[in-house]
Design a protein around this ligand. Structure first.
Ligand SMILES: [Zn+2]
Length: 210
């Protein structure tokens, strides 16, 4: 039950990160923003890119800059295929465990490699002072539906069920191109996309006109 409740972000939690975007509803029709966190890595990201081509959709990748440094050709490939990229810090650090100064240093170092105005905080946690600093240079992009694909206790069917239950117009859905999430994501993501397409949703990148 707790798992179920956590899949949609409660309002009190949203208020902890003022100015962030949790959902971007389309004015006409129904849109979805598919996002992938924590890559790029050679074991998973190329597979995701091929799947997205096959499904005929574009997505947004919130990249860890340390991975971008190690696999620059993969990062370039994400953009070459027409996807959006965002900053997910250099070392995937948790805001509450870092001073604002050291957090921003990590974020700006990541910006040197990623060059995106979109930022998503790892683990979804930020101090208010970090939020304020970030808002000067970045647009904060959170999420509306967390799949928890990285949780080994969940099955792909359960994750697909979350998407079916919670996705709505403008939902920002999070999957992970990571080793931890790989098993669930590989099965649940394409099925979730096909189901959403059959329900009439169209897929946009963060930054596309809603
Ligand atoms: Zn992350």
């Amino acid at each position: 039950m707790v798992e179920r409740l956590l899949c949609r972000v409660p309002m009190w939690y949203r208020m902890l990160i003022p100015g962030a975007r949790w959902r971007i509803p389309a004015i006409t029709g129904r849109s979805i923003y598919l996002t992938f966190d924590d890559g790029p890595i050679p074991e998973v990201t190329p597979w995701v890119l091929d799947q997205l081509d096959e499904l005929g959709i574009k997505a947004t990748f919130f990249c860890v800059a340390d991975n971008v440094r190690r696999y620059p050709e993969l990062f370039a490939e994400i953009q070459r295929r027409g996807h959006q990229v965002g900053n997910h810090t250099y070392h995937h650090i948790q805001g509450l465990f870092h001073s604002t100064k050291s957090y921003m240093k990590d974020v700006h170092a990541a910006h040197e490699l990623i060059h995106s105005r979109y930022f998503r905080p790892p683990h979804g946690h930020l101090r208010l002072s970090q939020n304020l600093e970030l808002s000067h240079s970045f647009e904060l992009i959170m999420w509306d539906v967390v799949t928890r694909d990285y949780n080994p206790k969940l099955s792909p069917e359960t994750i697909l069920g979350y998407v079916k239950r919670y996705a709505r117009n403008g939902s920002i859905i999070v999957f992970h191109d990571s080793l931890k999430a790989e098993k669930n994501m590989r099965q649940a993501m394409p099925e979730a996309v096909r189901w959403l397409q059959s329900e009439g949703y169209h897929f946009l990148r963060i930054g596309d006109a809603p």
